[in-house]
Design a protein around this ligand. Sequence first.
Ligand code: AMP
Ligand code: MN
Ligand code: MN
Ligand code: MN
Length: 284
Amino acid sequence: MNQIPNADLHCHSVVSDGTLTPEELAARARANGVTLWALTDHDEIGGQHRALAAARAQGMNYLTGTEISVSFAGKTVHIVGLGFNPDDPDMIEGLHRTRGGRSERAMEMSDGLAKAGIKGAYEGALHFVGNPELISRTHFARFLVESGVCKDTYEVFRKYLTEGKPGFVPHRWASLRDAVNWITDAGGVAVIAHPARYGFSANEEYALFTEFKAHGGRGVEVVTGSHSVQEAARYAETALEFDLAASRGSDFHSPDESRIDLGLLPDLPANLTPVWDLLADRIQ
Ligand code: AMP
Ligand code: MN
Ligand code: MN
Ligand code: MN
């Protein structure tokens, strides 16, 4: 690309835990000036063909996307995949397995919430689910807001859905190695999502970046809706230190919940290699 694109390479539709369809997201992205877009639903690529068609209809360039849940050092880490073949059978099967167990986990979450006095949370959360294989904490959060238990989803996560809270149930997701391999073997580039969110120690974070690179990972999100300006500056340094390309994405989920809208983000620092430079031949 000759011009710097307005790239938004991280957002969610009703295929995972967003509230808009791929078509609605594409229209909103275009209205906000996005020129290069990727839909990155959690552990799911079922929306990719629709998203590509919608991007075409809006005159935007498109990269295929997903955001894979990974268990690493006792925490959940998210790995974004960009520019892979959405029909790759190993990737489809791997993501299918990663989605497995969400229903059982959701029922356990509901039991935990019931003990804290909140009844019927599983059934309540189901009303918000667009994809039956992908019931997530976000859907519980929407139910707890709708039923008046909390004022917004941030309060729900703080009080009920994070480690040590009544609705939190630990889960075993994909391995870092598998997630990076599925993406790269399908022709894509793996990117560490929002690294500031994990609360890792310096040693754990070093291990994450080192192992990610050893498996073939090539990018890190620097400018994201999940990072403050200071965090973006910090991970710009980390990108240089580990020789990783940089990505940019809002992590938009919903007009009512997300603090940053599609495409309305600071530019990547000019001294970094944008991840789309690695994916020039994958842009559709
Ligand atoms: P799950 O994959 O079911 O564990 O749900 C994870 C999703 O919950 C993330 O993708 C976010 O959309 C949302 N989420 C996680 N932590 C928070 C938080 N602290 N505040 C708001 N939303 C969160
Ligand atoms: Mn989410
Ligand atoms: Mn994430
Ligand atoms: Mn996300």
